[in-house]
Design a protein around this ligand. Structure first.
Ligand code: BGC
Length: 767
């Protein structure tokens, strides 16, 4: 399949959800196993432990411990293990040995294979020498689901080379709050974008037959179900308050799409929505997901989240009470991760009648079905020797292409870019020379803080620019540096004068600013504005009068409204991974033409945080009378914004059915012409605006998109088709409704109006 020319449009399919069709042979095996298993064995299958519980660090190396293995697997019958020892990435061979030994003990002691899980979140996070792709936020910015499919297929292959059959990916939480430290783990702020990219990832990881996952594919765990990304404070794992309508219409949508793509497991949101921790929410876990979608996959907790029900959330009196609440709500597997008391307490709860045996059987059935679908009974291990393409050049080429397609050109005053060869460049700023910054979190370690130790064979921005523009033309003087291997916000005493002196000798300043790597709660912040040192650096450099190209390298949008006017060129490379420096060099030299678009709204001010699909009342002209005021939405760069080195013109926007009913299909077409000087790719987007609705309508909603490649002078007629039911919304009563009236549709600078003839309400929870 060609990655360069994409014509298939992406839109949400509104068809009735289809669960994975059950395979009678798998169901028979599961039934037969269940009848033979003791309660202890069943509870063991519902337990997941961290690898550290099974061994010890000896001289800096992890060794499995036979006595610990025997206790967990032999006595407690534990059926799942996760994480890297340390937790630090291991070689593929080391994973073959570790997981191979665990499988040996599992088959001997229980006769049921273990399922091992790793956060292979943007490539092989925890396997040394594997391929790292850009983070999901970049993949969202590429607006190219085929690239997502390729990247996840390769990650699956390399994870199987590591003898691991399961990953905790993809993340489809939606990056709707720029303060949140996990913005970069998602595909952007929009639910359709997350739905399309998330389902492409599910198919890439698992393949197309979820009942028979091949030996080169792995099971996904789509996370974190759901509403995790919108905490009121912006801090990780703090409460969210989200209306039922928004939960159903937006937060649920990507998970539903992933279920329809065959997702085998789902991980639950660690925090609470409207006061109730999601791990205790039977309606969301059992009713919405398992019953309404008919999903027979497995629900795993996030890290220690049953314990958190009493230690952090205070909705349970003790651990036993927490287990009762979570298992009855619908949890199938507890990522415990350290304490075998989970097993004894759950057994007591069953014996006391507080957790019904039917719930245990349902949970275990889901675990065994998963293991069967993965082929683990027939083939508990996969061997590195059978995966010759592990860490290959072919895989690297896809990662480089993904990085090139995901770095967003935001400003190009007087066409300062691409840079002509022979110019003297100063590369400066704290992000100029570190693999850690390019990769972000989930890179060799959880916080990504050791990436420079493990990724030294790849090019930093400085190294890539040296290679591209010639060592003699590229000088490094950072001015501001991070504390190596320190917390993400720790900076050393600045040396701005040195950078300014070097700038005076240069023709162009490439200022690489942003954030160091972080993940989850350690990435919390209390000020969204870019650090003072970095802002001072850019201002001092601007005083030299030399042109500045700002390279933003950050996990979330840090406020730079005072720096934007000082730069001639700005490119947001987000977190592009191990090939991100090379991709940037290609773009700056004009060897690659940027085609990425902002996957979220980049805020201009710290107290004006908004997403593109805001309600129209956010923006008002002056009101008449004594109390006149206006409300103006002011952002730095809108969702979907991004420049190219060529120009695309839109014309001839048409629709097949200007007046429609709920069951119609709407086919839009638009001519897109490359009227600039070079070949390029354009993301053609289709937006809708409901002009009058019973709930204040949103400004715009993305309904479909398609990435096309055009040669100079070429015109393509691009078709974007959606079911009319996609224009429905969830009303105040929590039900889907498509209301009679007009919608304005938009693609590029083209608009047209269409009319829904008759209101239609859905009585079912999903359309
Ligand atoms: C994170 C998850 C991750 C899990 C297992 C948790 O802290 O929230 O995203 O999959 O750990 O490592």
């Amino acid at each position: 399949m060609s990655l360069t020319i994409l014509t298939a449009a992406c839109s949400k399919q509104a068809a009735t959800p289809t669960a994975i069709p059950s395979d009678p042979r798998i169901e028979e095996r599961v039934d037969s196993l269940l009848t033979q298993m003791t309660l202890d064995e069943k509870i063991g299958q519902m337990t997941e432990l961290a690898i550290d519980v099974l061994g010890n660090m000896v001289d800096g190396e992890f060794r499995l411990d036979d006595a610990k293995l025997h206790k967990a697997i032999g006595e407690y019958k534990v059926g799942s293990v996760l994480n890297a020892p340390g937790p630090v990435a291991q070689s593929a061979q080391c994973w073959n040995d570790i997981i191979g030994r665990i499988q040996e003990v599992s088959m001997k002691e229980i006769g049921i294979p273990c399922i091992y899980g790793l956060d292979q979140n943007h490539g092989t996070t925890y396997t040394l020498g594997g391929t790292f792709f850009p983070q999901n936020i970049n993949m969202g910015a590429s607006f190219n689901p085929e690239l997502v499919g390729e990247a996840t297929r390769i990650t699956a292959y390399e994870t199987r080379a590591s003898n691991c059959p399961w990953t905790y990916s993809p993340t489809v939480d939606m990056a709707r709050d720029p303060r949140w430290p996990r913005v970069w783990e998602n595909y952007g702020e929009d639910c359709l974008l997350n739905a399309v990219m998330g389902s492409a990832a599910v198919r890439g990881f698992q393949g197309y037959d979820p009942n028979h996952v091949g030996a080169d594919r792995i099971a996904t765990s789509v996370k974190h179900y759901m509403g995790y990304s919108q905490p009121r404070t912006g801090k990780d794992r703090t409460p969210a308050y989200i209306s039922t309508a928004e939960l159903r219409e937006k937060c649920f949508a990507p998970f539903k799409a992933c279920v329809e793509a065959g997702a085998l497991t789902i991980m639950v949101n660690s925090s609470s929505i409207n006061g109730l921790p999601v791990h205790a929410n039977r309606e969301l876990l059992t009713q919405w997901l398992k019953e309404e979608l008919g999903w027979d996959g497995m629900l795993v907790t996030d890290w220690a989240d049953i314990n958190n029900l009493y230690t952090r959330e205070h909705i349970a009196t003790d651990k036993k009470d927490a287990i009762r609440i979570a298992i009855n709500a619908g949890i199938d597997m507890a990522m415990e991760p350290y304490d075998l008391h989970f097993c004894t307490l759950l057994k007591e709860l069953v014996q006391e009648g507080k957790v019904p045996m039917s719930r245990i059987d349902d949970a275990v059935r889901r675990v065994l079905r998963l293991k069967s679908r993965l082929g683990l009974f027939e083939r508990p291990n996969t061997l590195l020797a059978d995966y010759p393409l592990f860490g290959s050049k072919e895989h690297a080429a896809v990662a480089l292409r993904a990085a090139e397609e995901s770095e967003v050109l935001l400003k190009n005053k007087n066409n300062i870019l691409p840079l002509s060869k022979g110019k003297k460049l100063l590369v400066t700023g704290p992000n100029a020379n570190a693999m850690r910054c390019l990769n972000g979190g989930w890179s060799y370690t959880w916080q990504g803080h050791l990436a420079d130790r493990f990724a030294s064979q790849y090019n930093t921005i400085y190294e890539a620019l040296q290679q591209k523009f010639g060592t003699e033309n590229v000088r490094l003087e950072q001015g501001v540096t991070y504390v190596p291997e320190g917390g993400y916000a720790e900076e050393n005493e600045p040396e701005i004068d040195k950078a300014v002196a070097a700038a005076r000798q240069a023709d162009v300043i490439i200022a690489c600013i942003g954030e160091n790597s972080y993940c989850e709660t350690p990435g919390n912040l209390s000020d969204l504005t870019l650090s003072t040192n970095q802002r001072n650096l850019v201002k001092a450099l601007a005083d030299t009068g030399k042109p500045i190209v700002l390279v933003l390298n950050e996990g979330r949008p840090r406020i730079i409204n005072d720096l934007e006017p000082l730069a001639d060129g700005i490119i947001d490379i987000l977190l592009p991974g191990n090939y991100g420096g090379d991709a940037l060099a290609n773009i700056l030299a004009g060897d690659a033409n940027p085609s990425a678009k902002m996957p979220y709204t980049y805020p201009r001010h710290p107290a004006e945080l908004i997403t593109y699909d805001y309600r129209v009342s956010e923006e008002m002209d002056k009101m008449e009378g004594a109390y006149d005021y206006d409300a103006v939405v002011s952002v730095q760069w809108p969702f979907g914004y991004g420049l190219s080195y060529t120009r695309f013109d839109y014309s001839n926007f048409q629709v097949s059915t200007p007046s429609f009913d709920a069951t119609d299909e709407l086919r839009f077409s638009v001519d897109v012409t490359n009227s600039g000087p070079r070949a390029g790719k354009e993301v053609v987007m289709l937006f809708s605006s409901d002009l009058v609705a019973s709930l204040t309508p949103e400004n715009r909603r993305l309904r479909a998109f398609s990435k096309v490649e055009l040669q100079p002078g070429e015109t393509k007629n691009v078709t974007l088709t959606i079911p009319a039911s996609d224009l429905a919304f969830v009303g105040a009563d929590g039900k889907w409704v498509l209301e009679q009236g007009d919608f304005r549709m938009q693609s590029g600078n083209q608009t047209l109006n269409i009319t829904c003839r008759q209101t239609h309400r859905w009585e079912t929870p999903n359309r």
